[in-house]
Write a protein that binds this ligand. Structure first.
Ligand SMILES: Nc1nc2c(c(=O)[nH]1)N[C@H]1C(S)=C(S)[C@@H](COP(=O)(O)OP(=O)(O)OC[C@H]3O[C@@H](n4cnc5c(=O)[nH]c(N)nc54)[C@H](O)[C@@H]3O)O[C@H]1N2
Ligand SMILES: Nc1nc2c(c(=O)[nH]1)N[C@H]1C(S)=C(S)[C@@H](COP(=O)(O)OP(=O)(O)OC[C@H]3O[C@@H](n4cnc5c(=O)[nH]c(N)nc54)[C@H](O)[C@@H]3O)O[C@H]1N2
Ligand SMILES: [Mo]
Length: 765
């Protein structure tokens, strides 16, 4: 395929239509099939899409939303899942000729869109010190090069091992085992930028950092609050579960600064009525909240629940549950007493009437679920916000019973599994003890570096070797220019990748690209077809088997790459049986079954058609394995965002045509935006008040109070689009806006970059 024929899109006038009032429907099917055939051809499209999320097929590399139990036989259609598959299973390839034709300096001028459209990387490539071209390298030489650099380190803590959330359980387990065998806990991952705030809050509150509900729970709930999440684009299969819940009489409340199409109305392409009819109205209420106002909303609701409880004691709070299971209740109630509803109205931008109506719905509910995603986690006070919503559920005993609980909706398809497998810079000692016993190694106990701290350490020259198991570190992390410079301080950067991206172009002194199999690819080891496993957002573990012939004989599985690297680095007499595990993934699962809680009998259990569900003590038995042994209500000072004079609060979000840093196209169909990603969505009244006009091109300048005064960062040439977002708030796409997010702008406790609340001003350009 002639990849030169894929041009950079010409910048043209953004074509804007009013935001869509419904999601999915027949257009989605057409768009996804069109993309699939373009990337894969008709035959491969047919072969691939029938195997998606089937019992004998592969797990969708799109989102982490679970399959409905018993339904894995009937793959649900999901436009964005199909697009994610088409991107991976594309027939386009890039190999040594491509890299001979394009220098690194040339490629830096290309967009992420252009790069991802070039196709799958087919050969291991090396960028030698001082060279401007990647050149092919043999696998063994690549492993020897990495091993040499790792062995030359003064301390293993001079290495960092990043993971993106597509990595299978088996590869993730081996990757952390390798890092710990080497002697470091430096295991930053994409979760640090994603649901870390949820984990931080939930571990303290309920003793486990995972959601407590299942698909049947959602279908059985009578009230579902969805805050800071855009499921129509990012978790489309969630919509059919919400539709089921509605059929059973549930009320759905959407809390979002934007009127996201998927939350308002849903057309199910599986049903004739969905294709031709008006669709199901999903949200009964749309609370158009100001960015960062969620903690105030939940606190205001808490106050109204308390008032109602005082009026009719025993009717609102679940005293039996509170007495048996909760700590910290009196302090929290004392805090609620202080609430001034006027402040809540100002902080949220919602009317008192709306907040009271929501409280009434909560009081009337017997089974409440709260779902959330990045709108809540990527806030400076994200952890406190999630603690606040958990408090409300605890006061009402809404956890550990059918149809009720906490539901952080995960991002990457195996991000939750990677954590379960030990990819975390601060894994508890009990896990490390079990790992050491199983393999007779000595894991380090000193906590390692997370994503933001890895970048800081790189900038300080303290990280010499950086390895990434997937992902696009430079584009996904904040402060793009500072991060790119920090990468340049490394002696060696290694990217295990499927597709070309900006991280390959921000090398250390030497850089390697190691091409790997994806989910859709057939993985044969030692003559036998291998399967891997993944864990979804609701703690269900199941098998995934790729079936497509790999696009190059050079591609290796992540598992085999790690095992070969480990043997090259740690030597043949290392106590971990890297060779046998590399040849037969059942062997890896046997080891996992003895190390990771909940995995006893792993190989048998995972062969059940629906996989198996991991234990979750609060959900299963209302027991709370926290430090105190009880569910803890947290009391935090109320926090919300004030918009400084002449400024806006900017959130950075995903369009309908991207997967994180992989850009599929330039449209954002549900938001009615076509042909341009460099846009800033603003309230029309703000456009006028700030002295601008629609369609004007501006620079976005972020302002951040650093230690040395106000710091500024700039991205250039964004087109103003009038959009129904609250006054004082703006929205633009990630990753183009990541240069605006200072490395220091992180959430308290979770260290998650604050990608959803950046103070900006606009400047004419
Ligand atoms: N197709 C597709 N699917 C994906 C991804 C993808 O890029 N493409 N990414 C995957 C990953 S890794 C993740 S983490 C998930 C992300 O899934 P989401 O969290 O849905 O992704 P975002 O686009 O970041 O959207 C955040 C939502 O929060 C809202 N929001 C912003 N600020 C606030 C606030 O202060 N309060 C409230 N209440 N809402 C706010 C935004 O308007 C937006 O609707 O999706 C996963 N699935
Ligand atoms: N401003 C801003 N920044 C954000 C966010 C935001 O909302 N706003 N969201 C954050 C979130 S939630 C996340 S999760 C991160 C995402 O951060 P990452 O996970 O690091 O980024 P991705 O764009 O998902 O990574 C894409 C790359 O992964 C590689 N890849 C794809 N599939 C495979 C595979 O199967 N194996 C291997 N080895 N490689 C593969 C391809 O080479 C591709 O180029 O970004 C974060 N950054
Ligand atoms: Mo994510």
């Amino acid at each position: 395929m002639d990849t030169e024929s894929i041009p950079e899109p010409a910048r043209r006038e953004v074509d804007q239509h009013p935001p869509k009032q419904w999601a999915v429907g027949v257009t989605a099917v057409a768009v996804a099939l069109g993309r699939s055939v373009k990337q894969m051809g008709a035959l491969r499209t047919a072969q691939t899409l029938v195997a998606l999320n089937q019992q004998e097929g592969f797990d969708c590399p799109g989102c982490a939303w679970p399959e409905t139990p018993g339904h894995r036989k009937h793959a649900e259609f999901c436009e964005n899942g199909a697009k994610a598959v088409a991107e991976e299973a594309t027939k386009r390839t890039i190999g040594p000729d491509f890299f001979a034709a394009h220098s690194v300096s040339d490629l830096r001028a290309r967009s992420e869109y252009w790069m991802s459209q070039q196709g799958r990387i087919t050969h291991p490539m090396v960028l030698a010190a001082g060279d401007d071209h990647y050149r092919p390298i043999e696998w063994d030489q690549a492993f020897a090069l990495i091993a040499e650099e790792l062995k030359a380190l003064e301390s293993p803590d001079q290495a960092a091992f990043y993971t993106s959330g597509r990595t299978s359980n088996e590869a993730a387990f081996l990757y952390q085992l390798f890092a710990r065998s080497l002697g470091t806990n430096n295991l930053p991952d994409c979760s640090n930028m994603c649901h870390e705030s949820s984990g931080s809050a939930l571990i303290e509150a309920i003793g486990i950092g995972k959601g407590s509900v299942s698909v049947p729970d959602i279908e059985a709930a009578d009230l579902i609050i969805i805050a800071g999440q855009n499921p129509g684009t990012n978790h489309p299969r969630m919509l059919s579960v919400l539709e089921k819940a509605k059929e059973h009489g549930a009320t759905i409340i959407a809390v979002n600064p934007l009127p996201e199409a998927g939350l308002l109305r849903f057309k199910d392409p599986q049903k004739v009525s969905g294709v031709i009819g008006k669709g199901t109205a999903l949200a009964d209420e749309f609370l158009q909240i100001r960015i960062g106002g969620d903690m105030a909303l939940f606190r205001g609701l808490g106050k109204l629940l308390l008032d109602a409880e005082k009026k009719a004691p025993g009717t609102v709070f679940d005293h039996a549950f509170i007495n048996e299971h909760c700590l910290g209740v009196d302090d929290y109630l004392a805090e609620l007493e202080k609430v001034d509803l006027d402040e809540i109205v100002t902080a949220t931008g919602l009317s008192e009437h709306t907040i009271r109506a929501t409280a009434d719905r909560m009081i009337a509910s017997h089974r409440t679920i709260i779902c959330w995603a990045m709108g809540l986690t990527q806030q400076a006070h994200g952890v406190a916000t999630i603690e606040e919503l958990t408090n409300l559920l605890l006061l009402r005993g809404m956890i550990g019973k059918p149809g009720a609980g906490v539901c952080p909706v995960r991002g990457h398809s195996n991000v939750q599994g990677d954590r379960t497998m030990g990819v975390w810079e601060k894994m508890p000692d009990a896990f490390l003890d079990a790992l050491d016993r199983e393999f007779t190694i000595t894991s380090p106990r000193k906590h390692g570096l997370d994503t933001v701290d890895t970048i800081r350490a790189m900038a300080a020259g303290d990280i010499k070797v950086f390895m990434a198991m997937g992902g696009n570190f430079v584009s996904a992390t904040p402060d793009t220019h500072a991060t790119a410079a920090a990468m340049g301080n490394c002696r060696l950067t290694v990217q295990v990748s499927t597709k070309l991206n900006a991280s390959h172009l921000r090398p250390g002194t030497t850089a390697l690209i190691l091409p790997t199999l994806g989910r859709t690819d057939k993985d044969v080891r030692d003559g036998r077809k291998q399967a891997v496993t993944v864990e979804d957002s609701m703690s269900v573990v199941h098998l995934s088997r790729g079936s497509l012939p790999p696009s190059s004989a050079q591609l290796r599985s992540e598992v085999s790459i790690i095992c070969d690297l480990a043997q090259a680095t740690l030597g043949a007499d290392h106590p971990v049986p890297w060779g046998p595990m590399s040849d037969d993934y059942d062997t890896i699962r046997d080891h996992i079954s003895r190390v990771v809680p909940g995995f006893a009998g792993f190989n048998d259990k995972v062969r059940h058609p629906d996989g198996f569900v991991l234990p979750h003590p609060p959900r299963d038995t209302r027991s709370f394995p926290t430090r105190t042994g009880k569910a803890n209500l947290a009391t935090n000072p109320l926090q919300w965002l004030r918009v400084p004079e002449g400024r806006l609060i900017l959130q950075t979000m995903r369009s309908h045509d991207q997967y994180n840093t992989t850009i599929y196209g330039h449209d954002d169909r549900y938001r009615g935006i076509k042909g341009d990603r460099r846009v800033v969505l603003m309230n029309p009244a703000d456009i006028t008040d700030l002295g601008f006009t629609e369609g004007q091109s501006v620079d976005l300048v972020s302002e951040f109070a650093g230690t040395g005064g106000i710091e500024e960062r700039r991205v250039e040439g964004f087109r103003i689009v009038g959009y129904p977002t609250p006054r004082g708030n703006a929205a633009a796409y990630y990753p183009e806006t990541n240069p605006l997010v200072p490395l220091e702008h992180v959430a308290a406790k979770s260290n998650t970059p604050v990608s959803k609340a950046i103070t900006i001003r606009l400047e004419r350009c």
